[in-house]
Write a protein that binds this ligand. Structure first.
Ligand code: C2E
Ligand code: MG
Ligand code: MG
Ligand code: MG
Length: 277
């Protein structure tokens, strides 16, 4: 009996796993055929904390669906990493962001565009060549593109990470550490990496002006980052109170719904022009 029970348990387990697997495979197949045709990049402004003028844009993937909704990156990036699809999708993102930076410059707005790069892509593609090729194709200046990495990417293979970062730097590409404070960084190690920007994760920014714990974390991250000579961006700034607190505590740049939501490039350009007028 025991054996049969066990068999049943295994059979049941197999069914759930295989239907979940089938669903994931179906989604992966849809992503594969959607890469050059369905995905879009939205752009969110990153602004100087002192006067809210734009400093850069962050490119964020959007997958629009027939019903007008979007599948958020949180629901497909992981699958893309697990299946290796992130390599092709990441290449598409780099080229599209480069093309957008060209359009921005042509419209009179020379703002850098920051591109998110996942750990799988960072370690398994010739990232430097992809950025160089895209920059050349669209005739971009040094500094036109930036790379956003997370702590987990950097801590996974420190030696290789450092080398790739140095080569990106040689191409004039600035490097941000994204979601800072959520990983398990080894500070003494981070100090030896060629980083330019720290992005404080939005979980610490959320109620910074009223929550003493988040306020001390933000103060510590600002002081640590500045002592390393880095520019600091606060993510997820949604209220004037958060913005004021961050500006008063020396945060360099702010990003969040208060300053602007992610939007299509044409809308970003229209907004830049309406503010200027
Ligand atoms: P991230 O790089 O930390 O991007 C910031 C996320 O915060 C974005 O979510 C953005 O829409 C959201 N956000 C911005 N301002 C606010 C705010 O004021 N409040 C709140 N609640 N959220 C805000 P999104 O677009 O859903 O992207 C989620 C994550 O997916 C990104 O986090 C990034 O890790 C990943 N991702 C997005 N695009 C790409 C891409 O092209 N390549 C890779 N590898 N990952 C990407
Ligand atoms: Mg990012
Ligand atoms: Mg982030
Ligand atoms: Mg974040």
């Amino acid at each position: 009996h025991a054996a049969r029970d066990e068999g049943n348990v295994i059979a049941w387990y197999d069914n759930t796993v295989s239907s979940r697997l089938a669903e994931r495979l179906r989604l992966a197949g849809r992503i594969h055929s959607a890469i050059d045709t369905e995905f879009e990049l939205y752009y969110q402004p990153i602004c100087h904390a002192a006067d809210s003028t734009p400093a850069a844009l962050e490119a964020l993937l959007r997958w629009p669906q027939a019903d007008g909704s979007f599948i958020p990156p949180g629901e497909f990036i992981q699958l893309c990493e697990d299946t290796g699809l992130i390599l092709a999708l990441g290449r598409w993102v780099i080229r599209s962001a480069a093309q957008a930076q060209r359009q921005l410059v042509d419209a009179g707005w020379d703002l850098p565009i920051a591109v998110n790069v996942s750990a799988v892509q960072f370690f398994n593609s010739d990232l430097v060549a992809e950025f160089t090729r895209a920059s050349q194709e669209f005739g971009l200046a040094r500094g036109a593109l930036q790379v956003e990495l997370t702590e987990s990417s950097l801590m996974r293979k420190p030696g290789q990470a450092k080398q790739t970062m140095q080569r990106l730097h040689e191409q004039g590409i600035c490097i941000s550490l994204d979601d800072f404070g959520t990983g398990y960084s080894n500070m003494s190690y981070l100090q030896h990496l060629p980083l330019d920007i720290l992005k404080i994760d939005r979980s610490f920014v959320a109620d910074v002006e009223t929550n003493p714990r988040n306020a001390s974390i933000c103060r510590a991250l600002l002081s640590l980052g500045h002592s390393m000579g880095l520019t600091i961006i606060a993510e997820g700034v949604e209220t004037p109170g958060q913005h004021q607190w961050l500006a008063a505590h020396g945060c360099d740049q702010v990003q969040g719904y208060l300053l602007g939501r992610p939007m299509p490039l044409a809308k970003v350009i229209a907004q830049l022009e309406s503010v200027e007028a």
